[in-house]
Design a protein around this ligand. Structure first.
Ligand code: FAD
Ligand code: NAD
Length: 465
């Protein structure tokens, strides 16, 4: 079969790959992108966009339940209607997928729906979804294959028809109760959502805290918020076996011998790269023992082959994959003699866990700062101190900042509170600008906003001596 030659061949249409493919195609290059099915990638189809749409509905339900507190009468018995909820989620996702498809084709790229498998250096064989095959070779190849739910070898898991973050999005009826395995981002976000919409939730986490990468006090505040909301939290226990009975109910056996039962079970135990079957070795790419692609700090995986996003070991966030796109754009140009190369070193990557209240994070935790040798100064303030939180009726949570005692620079913050997803960007900008805490404390910030809390956080009332 003839080999079709292109300037840029993108395998997997994730955030980095699709952004680069559109950009390069618009710039006049001959670009082909092969995607096996999810037009727009994981984020739009089964991750950030559908989950945050559902979470938003959960939050609205919670507000409506509190209608009287907000001065509204006549709202009786509000409940989540799963069919309507799914309809809204499908509508948001469907509109975005449609928009992506138009953007791909309008860019001038050759968008190919099919399964790609490497057969040689920078060369793939594609089984087209609507039949037939193509073989393509790129002068440069970018691999952006993403991740999927990991299903670890827990006894009985394979037979127990467990839910994952993908299948939960398509539920036709809500279970009365659910056991969630894993207290990471996905476990916590679904625990909060499902609890809000009326499911009895038990969350099981192997480590001694939810969200294991956070400071202990921050995780403890998340645990308290969960318990106050009615979620059962089991820490320091790992699932060892899962069994689904004939009536559909599920029993999970923990490593301490305890058993938990529920009408369903969600496995949220991390994600594995979708590199199986892509035969990346044929193009000189080296995979680690978990299947992640080895890349250098310029995201180079082999000669003329680059990799990006989750499967390349980038922190698993859409905005991090998007930054990989910027790095690849710079490095592909630099390789052809145009401009400076960029690396992934020293990137400041924030994130938000969309629970109630939200946890926004950027920079170092207190523990990381101490381990890095900083002399640390902590500021800590209850969210209830922020006037805007009072007007919103959302006073739960705590803000914590980690400062360098000698320089006053902001090393990191954990904002657990309403609208933390927005406020975290304010702190991130201050950090990028190299502002010390006094500049943030003394900035004139609009009243009454949540960001205004940054004026308060660094006052003597909340900043340790
Ligand atoms: C439930 C959930 C919620 C999340 N929420 C957030 C959030 O709120 N904010 C955030 O920043 N991040 C969130 N994430 C993480 C985020 O979704 C990922 O980090 C992001 O989508 C990474 O995308 P990527 O660029 O690695 O590639 P992906 O978007 O995963 O794209 C890879 C593509 O490659 C395709 N592919 C794979 N193999 C082949 C092949 N052989 N041939 C052709 N195509 C192939 C796949 O179909 C896929 O479309 C969430 C993740 C999950 C699971
Ligand atoms: N809001 C966001 O940005 C967002 C939301 C969802 C997911 N994500 C991304 O998706 C990635 C994957 O999320 P995740 O929650 O699946 O993984 P994770 O790694 O964050 O959490 C998995 C958790 O499961 C625990 N665990 C492992 N084995 C266990 C067992 N047998 N029993 C009980 N607990 C066990 C681990 O200790 C860990 O805390 C995250 O790293 C994140 O980057 C981001």
């Amino acid at each position: 079969m003839d080999v079709e030659e292109v300037d840029l061949l993108v395998i997997g249409g994730g955030k980095a790959g699709k952004s680069l493919a559109m950009d390069r195609a618009k710039a006049g290059q001959k670009v082909a992108m092969v995607e096996r099915g999810m037009i727009g990638g994981t984020c739009i189809n089964v991750a950030c966009i559908p989950t945050k749409t559902l979470i938003n509905s959960g939050r609205i339900l919670e507000i409506v339940r509190r209608a009287e507190e907000f001065g509204i009468s006549g709202v009786e018995d509000p409940r989540m209607d799963l069919a309507l909820l799914r309809h809204r989620k499908d509508d948001v996702v469907g509109t975005m997928v449609k928009g992506q498809f138009s953007s791909f084709t309008d860019s001038g790229m050759d968008f190919i729906l099919g399964e790609a498998k490497f057969t040689g250096p920078r060369t793939v064989h594609v089984d087209l979804n609507d039949g037939g095959t193509r073989v393509l070779r790129g002068t440069d190849v970018v691999v952006n294959l993403g991740t999927e739910p990991a299903l670890p070898p827990i006894a009985g898991l394979a037979e127990a028809r467990v839910q994952t973050s993908n299948t939960l999005l398509e539920l036709e009826s809500l279970p009365e109760s659910i056991v969630i395995l894993g207290g990471g981002y996905i476990g916590c976000e679904f625990a909060d959502l499902l609890n809000t919409i009326g499911v009895d939730v038990t969350i099981v986490q192997r480590g001694n805290q939810l969200l294991g990468r956070e400071d202990e006090d921050v995780s403890a505040a998340v645990k308290k918020a969960f318990i106050d909301a009615g979620i059962t939290v089991r820490l320091g226990a790992a699932a060892e076996a899962i069994q689904r009975a004939a009536d559909g109910s599920v029993t999970v056996t923990l490593d301490n011998g305890e058993t938990l039962s529920g009408k369903d079970v969600l496995v949220a135990l991390g994600r594995k790269p979708m590199t199986d079957g892509a035969n990346l070795e044929a193009t000189g790419v080296v995979l680690d023992d978990r299947g992640f692609i080895g890349v250098d700090e310029q995201l180079r995986a082999a000669d003329g082959v680059w990799a990006a996003g989750d499967a390349a070991g980038t922190p698993q966030f859409t905005h991090a994959s998007y930054d990989d796109y910027r790095i690849l754009k710079a490095n592909l140009a630099a390789r052809h003699g145009d401009g400076e190369a960029r690396t992934t070193e020293g990137r400041l990557i924030p994130y938000t866990v969309f629970i109630t209240p939200e946890l926004g994070r950027v920079g170092l935790t207190e523990q990381q700062a101490r381990e890095a040798g900083h002399e640390v100064r902590i500021a800590k303030m209850p969210v209830a101190a922020i006037p805007r939180a009072r007007t919103l009726g959302q006073t739960e949570g705590v803000w914590k900042a980690v400062l360098d005692r000698k320089t006053g620079s902001i090393l990191g913050v954990a904002l657990l509170g309403t609208e933390a997803s927005e406020a975290i960007a304010v702190v991130q900008m201050a950090m990028l600008a190299g502002l010390d805490f006094t500049a943030v404390r003394d900035a004139v910030i609009t009243h009454p906003t949540i960001a205004e809390g940054l004026n308060l956080l660094f006052t003597p009332a909340y900043l340790e001596d």
